[in-house]
Design a protein around this ligand. Structure first.
Ligand code: ADP
Ligand code: MG
Length: 499
């Protein structure tokens, strides 16, 4: 297989029979425990495929994992404050909204809500997922993991999601799958290194607690969904968990189009759809321009925003999650505005990798030039979510040259390319033979925060998810068909590196 930066947690060389047996057991476990997705090849609401997964959990340095868990409540606090800082959002996004239509529309919506007196609901529910990767660049020169066996990489934030942050079920479920697989493979002693993961109960709890705050016995929790949901198990298990936690509440699923066509606001701004009063809106849709095919969907979003329902997210939270805001937060002196405590500020600054504006000004021009000269060091990002939108490496130069003289530059941000350590694993996909491959992983930490502009009522870290992709592929969304489910296998420095 050649060079690997982190040891796999079990030896991967095994007979074909043994591999077949383990893969078969793993697939069966996945199918029978709802670790599944709808088929993309042949749509069939009566059948599911197992979601792609890697056979064994991936090594992740324990110290770095704990750091990621610990920092989450600080990130929650930061994002809550950013979302409620009108001046900051306005200033950060002022150029971007001129040239990026979708962010522009979201901003118009934000303005329109304010012009109409603001939302009837002061509380917001932020259900966040901070995505990160280990970064070899963190290792001091000449002491990369594989060289001295002691130093190992720290991690950098890829992005922070404030809308439709998925895998609250498939994240913990992958840990369950891997617990089963390492036992079947004969390594029960490995169980202690697969950390517990309560993301699903934590996120469901966020929705139930918000419903209780709304305090209207007959009201429902609304899942805002796509016309067709491929990542159906992930959503449905949230629903099942809510049913377990709170027998009194019902969940309904609606699209933006349905809300636009059939939703109504009462005089006191209660949102009613098909006879249900909506207490909480959990958006698993609404983050992509394609999900607003007409004005009906924008009208629906406006109605939701104005209503008394508690939104996850409210439009200001949605805007706070844009890549442009992430880049603005990384500028010197900005975190200080939001986090008083010096230690907190330092800890957050430490997880940012280089983030640069490409605006047509002195600073933007310098970044623009660097990207043209050394494109392999960067990722170019538009203001989009859901994967498949970024520009990488050699593609950056021609892309930027085309927009060199245009204000369109402000629609993008530039980010240092993170270079995660390489691991080896078997990737298992429906209908395909298992593939022994070099992989890289991205960890997501879930958190939620409930509060108003002036106060935070709840702020929690609730769990994690890991996804893994082939090392030479730029993007690895599992729902998008590129990545695979994975879970964390905690390792200490001396075990984590090849000598
Ligand atoms: P999206 O909102 O579409 O998920 P992301 O910023 O998460 O956008 O980028 C999508 C994917 O691209 C990530 O999951 C990661 O695999 C890869 N990626 C993004 N930023 C970087 C980076 N700075 N270095 C390396 N890979 C990156
Ligand atoms: Mg992402």
């Amino acid at each position: 297989m050649g060079e690997t930066d982190l040891y796999p947690c079990v030896p991967l060389e095994m007979s074909a029979d043994r591999l077949d047996d383990l893969v078969d057991k793993a697939k069966t476990y996945a199918l029978m425990h709802g670790i599944c997705m709808r088929r993309k090849d042949a749509f069939d609401t009566d059948a599911l495929h197992f979601a792609p997964f890697v056979l064994f959990p991936s090594p992740f340095p324990r110290k770095e994992f704990n750091k990621a868990i610990e920092i989450q409540t600080i990130l929650n606090e930061l994002m809550h404050k950013v979302a409620h800082d009108d001046d900051f959002l306005r200033e950060s996004l002022k150029n971007t909204i001129q040239v990026d239509d979708f962010t522009g529309r979201l901003f118009q919506l934000y303005d329109k809500v304010q012009k109409h007196g603001g939302s009837a609901q002061e509380l917001s529910l932020g259900m966040l997922r901070s995505d990160l990767m280990l970064d070899n660049h963190c290792c001091p020169i000449d002491s990369k993991c594989k060289l001295n066996g002691q130093a190992f990489c720290c991690w950098k934030q890829v992005e922070l999601n404030t809308i439709a942050s998925g895998f609250g079920w498939l994240g913990p479920a992958s840990g369950l799958l891997h617990r089963y697989v390492v036992q079947e493979a004969g390594y029960p002693e490995h169980l202690k290194n697969i950390p517990e993961n309560n993301a699903l109960s934590g996120l469901a709890n966020a929705l139930v607690n918000s419903w209780k705050l709304y305090n209207q016995p007959k009201s429902v929790i609304l899942f805002l969904v796509e016309d067709v949901t491929y990542n159906i198990c992930d959503q449905k298990f949230h629903e099942f968990e809510i049913r377990e936690q709170c027998p009194e509440v019902f969940v309904i699923r609606k699209t933006l189009t349905e809300i636009g066509n059939r939703g109504k606001l009462t005089e006191d701004k209660r949102l009613i759809i098909d006879g249900h009063e909506v207490a909480v809106i959990y958006m698993r849709c609404g983050y992509h321009p394609d999900q607003y095919p007409s004005e009906v969907e924008w009208d629906a979003r406006f109605m939701m925003e104005m209503s008394l329902a508690i939104k996850s997210p409210s439009v200001h939270y949605h805007l706070a999650g844009t890549k442009k805001v992430q880049q603005e937060l990384a500028k010197p002196g900005v975190l200080e505005k939001f986090l008083g405590d010096k230690a907190k500020i330092e800890s957050v600054r430490d997880i940012f990798t280089g983030l640069y504006s490409l605006d047509k000004d002195e600073i933007g021009n310098a970044s623009f030039q660097r990207a043209i000269e050394t494109p392999e060091k960067f990722v170019l990002k538009p203001q989009r979510e859901g994967g498949g939108n970024n520009v990488y490496g050699a593609d950056i130069k021609p892309f930027l040259e085309k927009i060199a003289d245009s204000d369109e530059r402000s629609a993008y941000i530039l980010m240092d390319m993170i270079e995660p350590p390489i691991t080896t694993n078997y990737m298992v996909r429906p209908g395909e033979a298992p593939l022994l491959a070099k992989c890289i992983s991205e960890l997501g930490i879930f958190g939620y925060v409930i509060g108003t502009k002036d106060s935070i009522l709840e702020n929690k870290q609730v769990g994690h998810m890991l996804r893994t992709k082939l090392s030479h592929v730029n993007e690895g969304g599992v729902a998008a068909g590129l990545g695979a489910l994975d879970s964390v296998y905690l390792v200490d420095a001396s075990r984590c590196c090849l000598n």
